[in-house]
Design a protein around this ligand. Structure first.
Ligand code: PRX
Length: 649
C-alpha cells in the first residue's frame, strides 16, 4: 500500500470536461448543493422518477443498521423496466443488440422484451412460482438471462443469479442457502470458441439435498442434454404461454434479489437487495454517471449478469432509463483480439463500461487492435471492479477514447447495490486513477483506526456514514453476520473493507481491500474459501492463500500449502492437480496462479496466519516485520525451502 500511495501522490494531471460536454450533460454542478441541502428530499425526487402504483408514506426508516426506503410505496421492477416504455410509445426502441460468440445476432425492442418477459412470467406461474419464492438463475450471457430476471421480478419472486463460471458445489451451496424452488439454466453457452456445458453442472449440483422442484432449460448450444422428470425446455414451456400478464404491485421493501459474494470466511454471503430504493439509485446513477441520452446513445456494459454490475448496469438501471444496449456472450479475444473494438464500430457504441483487468489486457495485446477500428462513436468511458492504475487510465483515455471521452471510475460493491463514488461527467475534472467524490446524496469518508475522518493528504479506511437507498438490507438469513461484517469495526459506520486515501484536493483514491479478500480480475474471492478448497484435497494438511500483485488481473492467487504426513516428497503434477481441485470446488475464477509447497506457515502466538509476510514472499519482496511471529525463524525456513524446492508457474 505504501508503494501505491507514493505513486499516487505524484499524480497531478487533471482532465476537466469540455464546455460542449458540460453544456449537454445530465448532471449540472448544482446537483451537489441540492442533495446537500436536503438529502432525503433529494432521494425522494429521484424515486419520483420511477413508476409507483402507490406512493410511499415515509422516505426513510432508519433503525441502524437496518434501513427501509420509501416505506408504504408499491411498485413493480419489471413494469418500470418494460411496460412503462411501451405504454409511453417507446416500444419500437431497441433494448438489446445481442451478439453471441459464434457471431449469431438478435435485436430485441422494448416491446419484444415485454412480450417475452410476460410469457416467461406466465411460465413461472405455471410452475407454481409465487411472490416470495426464490429462483436460481445459472445462465450464459444471452437475452434469456435478462428475461428470466425480469420475469422473476414481475411475479415477485426473488432471483439469485449464480455466475456461469461457478462449480456444481458452489451452485449447490447457493441453491441451498437461498432455498430456491426453481433453477433456470441453459444447455450451455459459447466461450473461447467452444461450447461449455451448464445443464450437466446443474444435474451434478442437484445430486445433493435441495428444495428444487423444477429445472427450466434454455436451448443455446444444442449440446446433448439429458432431460429428466424435473427438467423442462424453455422453448416448450415459454413459447406456448399467453403474451398477456399484468404486473402486480409489490412493497418498496419487497425482496428483489440475492447475490452471493465472497467475504473473509469460507461461506459466501447472500447479499439481499429490495425493490424501491435499489431501483431508485440504480436508475439515478445510470442517468447521471453515464450521462445517458436514451434516444441517442448505444450503451455497452461488458459485465456478465452473474455479477452485480450486470444487475444494476445492464438489467435494472439502463432498462428503467429506456437505454439501448449491446450485450455479448463471449470472450474478448474470440475469434480475434479486436472483437470488442469491431463491435464498438459495428453498433456505433457511444458509452463503454468495462473493468481495469480488460483494459490492461488490451494494453498488453497492443494498440493495433483498437487502432484498426473506428471508435469515434464513443463519447464516455467507465471503469469498475478494482482500482485502475493511472497508466491504464491514460491508455484508456488516449487509445480507446481518442482523448475526447471523459472517464468515470466508479467505486461501489455488491453490497452498495449501485455506484457510490464517481466523477460526474460534465462536472468533475478527473484525475487518472481516482474515483474522485461521493455522488450527490451519498456520504462516504476516509477514517483512521478510531473512526475519525482523516485530514487531506492522508490514508485510512473507506466508510459510509449515512444510509443510502440501494444499500443491502442484510445478509440472507444471517442478521448477526450483517451487523458483525459491516457495522462492527467502527460504531455506527458501514465499513466496506477497502482502504482509501484523500488527496490534497479532497479527491478519493481507493487503494483496494484491507481484509482477507482478494480481487482477481474484478472478482472478489476470499482467501479462506480457497484455503478450505485446498485443504479438502487428500494431500493437503494446511493452506494459506494470498493475493499477490499481478499486472493483468490486479491480484493473482498464490497458495502456500503444507502437505499431509503420508504424501512425502512433492510429486510431479501435484501443483497442477491442486489448481484443478480448487477450480472444480469453487470455479475456474478461483484457480490459484501459483502453489508453493512449504513446511511451515507464519503464525502469530494466537495462531493467526500472517498473510502480510506471505504476500511479501509471493511478490518477491524482502519480508517485513516478523517480530510478532510465534516462531521468528519460520519466514527464513519458508524462503530457504522455496529457493531449494521447485515452483510451478
Ligand atoms: O475493493 C473494491 C473493488 O471491488 C470491491 C467490490 O467488489 P464487488 O462486490 O464484486 O463489486 C464489483 C463491482 C461493483 C470493492 O470493495 N472496487 C470496485 N470498484 C472499484 C473498486 N476498487 C477501486 N476502484 C473502483 N472503481
Amino acid at each position: 500500500m505504501t508503494e501505491s500511495l507514493s505513486n499516487l501522490l505524484s499524480e497531478n494531471r487533471t482532465f476537466p470536461p469540455t464546455p460542449e460536454f458540460a453544456a449537454a450533460a445530465n448532471a449540472k454542478p448544482e446537483i451537489y448543493d441540492e442533495a446537500e441541502r436536503d438529502r432525503l428530499a433529494f432521494w425522494e425526487k429521484q424515486a419520483g422518477k420511477l413508476h409507483w402504483f402507490k406512493k410511499w408514506n415515509t422516505v426513510l426508516e432508519w433503525k441502524a443498521p437496518f434501513a427501509k426506503w420509501f416505506v408504504g410505496g408499491k411498485l413493480n421492477a419489471s413494469y418500470n423496466a418494460l411496460d412503462r416504455h411501451v405504454i409511453e410509445g417507446r416500444g419500437d426502441r431497441v433494448a438489446f443488440y445481442f451478439e453471441g460468440e459464434p457471431g449469431d445476432t438478435k435485436v430485441l425492442t422494448y416491446a419484444d422484451m415485454l412480450r417475452e418477459v410476460k410469457k416467461a412470467a406466465n411460465a413461472l406461474t405455471s410452475l407454481g412460482i409465487k411472490d416470495g419464492d426464490r429462483v436460481a438463475i445459472y445462465m450464459p450471457m444471452i437475452p434469456e438471462a435478462v428475461i428470466a430476471m425480469l420475469a422473476c421480478a414481475r411475479v415477485g419472486a426473488t432471483h439469485s443469479v449464480v455466475f456461469g463460471g461457478f462449480s456444481a458445489d458452489s451452485l449447490l451451496a447457493r441453491i441451498q442457502d437461498a432455498e430456491a424452488k426453481l433453477v433456470i439454466t441453459a444447455d450451455g453457452g459459447f466461450r473461447k470458441g467452444a461450447a461449455f456445458p451448464l445443464k450437466p453442472i446443474v444435474d451434478d449440483a442437484l445430486k445433493g439435498s435441495h428444495p428444487v422442484e423444477r429445472v427450466l432449460v434454455v436451448k443455446r448450444t444444442g449440446q446433448e442434454s439429458a432431460m429428466g422428470e424435473r427438467d423442462i425446455w424453455w422453448h416448450d414451456l415459454v413459447e406456448k404461454q399467453r403474451a398477456e400478464h399484468e404486473a402486480k404491485p409489490f412493497d418498496s421493501e419487497h425482496s428483489l434479489f440475492i447475490l452471493y459474494t465472497s467475504g473473509t470466511t469460507a461461506k459466501p454471503k447472500g447479499i439481499h437487495h429490495t425493490t424501491g430504493g435499489y431501483l431508485t439509485q440504480a436508475a439515478f446513477t445510470h442517468r447521471m454517471v453515464f450521462d445517458i441520452k436514451p434516444e441517442k446513445d448505444i450503451y455497452w456494459c461488458t459485465a456478465d449478469v452473474g455479477w452485480v454490475t450486470g444487475h444494476s448496469y445492464i438489467v435494472y438501471g439502463p432498462m428503467i432509463n429506456g437505454a439501448t444496449q449491446v450485450i455479448y456472450e463471449g470472450t474478448p479475444d474470440t475469434p480475434h483480439k479486436g472483437r470488442i473494438f469491431e463491435m464498438i464500430e459495428k453498433y456505433k457504441v457511444t458509452i463503454l463500461y468495462t473493468a481495469p483487468t480488460l483494459i490492461r489486457t488490451w494494453m498488453k495485446w497492443g494498440d493495433e487492435f483498437p487502432n484498426k477500428q473506428n471508435l469515434k462513436s464513443l463519447r464516455l468511458l467507465g471503469s469498475v471492479g478494482e482500482p485502475i492504475n493511472p497508466e491504464a487510465w491514460m491508455w484508456y483515455r488516449e487509445v480507446i477514447g481518442g482523448n475526447r471521452c471523459p472517464i468515470v471510475d466508479t467505486w461501489w460493491q455488491t453490497e452498495t447495490g449501485a455506484i457510490m463514488i464517481s466523477p460526474l461527467p460534465g462536472v468533475t475534472a478527473t484525475k487518472p486513477g481516482s474515483a474522485m467524490l461521493p455522488l450527490p446524496g451519498i456520504s462516504a469518508k476516509v477514517v483512521d483506526d478510531s473512526g475519525n475522518p482523516v485530514a487531506k493528504g492522508s490514508g485510512g479506511y473507506l466508510i459510509i456514514d449515512k444510509p443510502w437507498p440501494s444499500m443491502l438490507r442484510g445478509v440472507w438469513k444471517e442478521p448477526a453476520r450483517y451487523q458483525e461484517t459491516y457495522w462492527s469495526r467502527f460504531e455506527g459506520l458501514y465499513f466496506a473493507g477497502d482502504g482509501a486515501k484523500l488527496d490534497g484536493d479532497g479527491a478519493l483514491w481507493v487503494l483496494g481491500r484491507v481484509d482477507d479478500v482478494m480481487n482477481v480480475s474484478g472478482h472478489r474471492i476470499s482467501t479462506t474459501e480457497v484455503e478450505s478448497a485446498l485443504v479438502s484435497h487428500d494431500s493437503v494438511a494446511e493452506a494459506a492463500v494470498v493475493g499477490a500483485k499481478d499486472d493483468l488481473t490486479g491480484q493473482a492467487i498464490v497458495a502456500f500449502v503444507i502437505l499431509r504426513g503420508g504424501v512425502g516428497a512433492v510429486q510431479d503434477g501435484l501443483e497442477k492437480a491442486l489448481k484443478e481441485h480448487v477450480s472444480k470446488e469453487i470455479g475456474p475464477i478461483a484457480r490459484p496462479k501459483q502453489i508453493m509447497v512449504v513446511n511451515e506457515l507464519p503464525k502469530t502466538r494466537s495462531g493467526k496466519i500472517m498473510r502480510r509476510l506471505l504476500r511479501d514472499v509471493a511478490e518477491n519482496r524482502a519480508v517485513g516485520d516478523a517480530t510478532t511471529l510465534a516462531d521468528p525463524n519460520v519466514m527464513k525456513l519458508i524462503s530457504e525451502g522455496l529457493k531449494s524446492g521447485k515452483r510451478e508457474d
